[in-house]
Design a protein around this ligand. Sequence first.
Ligand code: NAD
Ligand code: UDP
Ligand code: UDP
Length: 316
Amino acid sequence: MRILVTGGAGFIGSHLIDRLMAEGHEVICLDNFYTGDKRNILRWIDSPFFELIRHDITEPIRLEVDQIYHLACPASPVHYQYNPVKTIKTNVMGTLNMLGLAKRIKARFLLASTSEVYGDPEIHPQVEEYRGNVNPIGIRSCYDEGKRVAETLAFDYHRQNDVEIRVARIFNTYGPRMLENDGRVVSNLVVQALKGKPLTVYGDGSQTRSFCYVSDLVDGLIRLMNGDFMGPVNLGNPEEYTILQLAQTVQSMINPDVALKFEPLPQDDPRRRQPDITRAKTHLGWQPTVPLADGLRLTIEDFRTRLGDRVAKVPS
Ligand code: NAD
Ligand code: UDP
Ligand code: UDP
């Protein structure tokens, strides 16, 4: 098949491309390199079955493909809040363009949505029927509400134009290739510990998240795309941790001597987050397989390599 991956030079997109290329597909990667990195897809650059297009999805584009994985959108709060209007344009105009493309060429379209559509959830764990508790005018809204509109667009293109859609609600995902300056909790803590700097815990660290290793997530996306179930479907690891527990785990795995440093909790930071993955289990036969300790080990090794001599020596 010929497959388009928008945001393919990013963290999840590049892991997805690795899988699709290994399965023998032809892949077109479309990215404006806002948070993506050419190095993530460098291994495929010379392949005759791979094509890289530098393009901003807020502008229309004409291509011919069988499937579209639509991932283009900055995912870390630091990046999506840097230019919030652009984040909204990417989610709304960008998704509209990709759905217009899917409609014209009759391609199947998968939207990478997010657990953020649940906002600061009052239902725990979160089931797909839950409609969320999102602040429409806060600093996270460009992303949360942007993704909610993206989901609406997908379902309306399905109802109005028969576009075959798939909607994944992705929960916090981590792994190799996260950006060093990403601002997300796993990359921040790992990089800080490797550099021998204090680990920043926002608030008292009692807020929770559930962390999915990227290979599990990619497996879920591919199953969703190729199955019959339209979604929305939660994809995430149901093992829930407080941020303090995560910081202590990273501390013990890398450097027990680094301190924890408590900083103010950002505005509208969700109190807790845990996916109910009954739908994914039932309809996709999917559930995560990589425990946090294993995934963290692989992530730490990747950062250690990339940081090189900036890694601090751990006293023995
Ligand atoms: P990422 O920032 O690493 O990747 C996003 C990619 O999209 C980057 O390569 C970036 O350059 C590209 N991009 C951004 N705006 C673009 C535009 N206007 N035109 C073209 N390309 C553009 O993020 P990620 O973690 O790989 O996330 C991928 C997708 O998954 C995003 O849609 C995100 O919302 C979703 N998601 C991720 C997580 C997570 O924990 N990583 C959780 C929920 C949802
Ligand atoms: N679009 C695109 N590539 C295509 C087809 C459409 O980028 O191959 C864009 C198109 O420019 C428009 C959007 O997708 O901005 C929605 O397209 P649609 O055909 O649904 O709406 P219309 O063009 O009729 O407004
Ligand atoms: N967080 C933290 N220290 C950091 C970065 C983030 O304590 O250095 C917290 C953040 O306040 C949030 C959680 O970790 O409660 C997850 O943050 P992230 O930005 O990774 O993702 P999201 O809030 O979008 O789930």
